[in-house]
Design a protein around this ligand. Sequence first.
Ligand code: HAM
Length: 535
Amino acid sequence: MSEGAAKKEEKPRKFHATRGTRDLLPPETALWNRVEQTAHEVFATFGFGEIRLPVFEPSDLFVRSIGQETDVVQKEMYIFEDARGEIWLARENVRNSIFRPAERSSVEVLKGFLNDFQVRIQAALRSGEVEHDPGQSQYYKYFSDGVEYFNKLVVKDPSVPLQFLDKAQEEIERMGPFLKHAIVGVRIGSFVVLRPEATASVCRAYIEHGMQQLPQPVKLYYMGPMFRRERPQKGRYRQFYQIGAEVLGGSDAPAIDAEVIEMVMAFFDRLELQGVQLEINSIGCRDCRPKYVELLRAALLKVKDKLGPDSQRRIETNPLRVLDSKLESEQGIIATLPHIAVHLCEECAAHYAAVKHQLEIRGVIYRENWRLVRGLDYYMRTTFEITAQGLGSQNAVCGGGRYDGLVELLGGPPTKGIGFAIGEDRLILSLQESGKAPAQQGRDVYIAWMGERAHATAIRAAKDLRKAGFSVELPPVEQKFGKALGQADKLGAKYALILGDNEVSEGLWTLKTLADGSQAKYTEPDLLAHLRKSL
Ligand code: HAM
């Protein structure tokens, strides 16, 4: 078969959005826009300003703030080494020839790759292109030693394929683990993460821009995509969207907690979100929580045999997370565990009581849930979650809480903090389920034109109508009037503006109301005035 024929037969690959990601299409995007516009408006009335953050950040930022033992950090982060270019290629060559023996062609080639990479890494370290990292120096040393050793190998004929060169093969095998270890460890770029959430980023920005110098507290909100490698299902995606807000600095007055919650509820109220339920809890502070966690651990150890493997593991790593369990068989046991509310220190108990009081003054209805511990490590005291209707098992549409100390943990001054994030995908789903979704995006006017002269007039009419703010569909090629009216109907247009030779010569344009089929003629200015009145 000729090359051309083979190409013809080859079916082009069909691409799909990556698992856990999806396209958002009209008319649904109109609802997304409405939700986001409402957030801008409502949050502004509470004095919040928008912050736009990078989509990727240093991985340590999240490891340190969210916590090493959390699901997000352990299993769900999209993490990669931020490196490409010549030096990356040089390292790939070494890695490939060491790790894929079948592909390493000859001692000579491997030697070339090793030396090339070594020269480049040394130059890059000198120039600062690759950062000197104390944890890394041992790997650079291993690697240099490995290369030196390799260079000393006595190879009679360096062009002989490696597989056949017993002596060299032996040497390489001996040196292999050593060099492998080094080449896996040698970093040429820092590790970055597609952000799994934004609270840590907001804290980073607060520190980086010296926002503690501004009038406190600083009130910021954000919206945008987040990334977690979870198992996709309804309401759970790998790229999902959050709308969140954070209050940083100033005091930890319970009124701040309550006002933040009041703001989310006001936002949901404005959107007419149905079945909204707010749950709150206090998980104590650095003083009282560890004591409670020990108490919980002791209680859990007594019933360990009755728990599933996940909870058994969590007795050691993070006993609070056992309270999160949705396993049916564990519910009875969990109900018997000690409640944190009775183990809060005096300050935390007073803070919690005041938050509840502040919510009541604001008319915010809540339910206490002593098991609400949240899955991220930075929380202390107030935690809350909001659920809405129509979401199935992934029904948390918003989660948040207080995180005093997080800014300090990230190298900033001691700072109070509280905030929340709304899962926008879930919010939209719930609005759609309750029939709050906009219908197909219609058009105000469909221009049905026929003939060259009419086309020119139609183009001018479209321009003027759009300028006046109407949405206009102007077909690019001539259509018979019958077909044009059918198309107008399909697009959900309210009016059809009919422009033929007669209309153009008379200067009277025909406007058809598609809902009832009635027709009237207008001069151009009258038509505009009529549309302004009726649309
Ligand atoms: P979070 O509970 O991890 O908290 O996420 C907040 C919300 O994001 C969840 O309630 C849910 O609606 C949505 N969400 C989370 N993961 C997914 C997913 N895979 N697919 C769809 N939606 C999802 C935080 O992220 C904290 N940063 C909230 C916060 C701000 N706390 C204080 N300030």
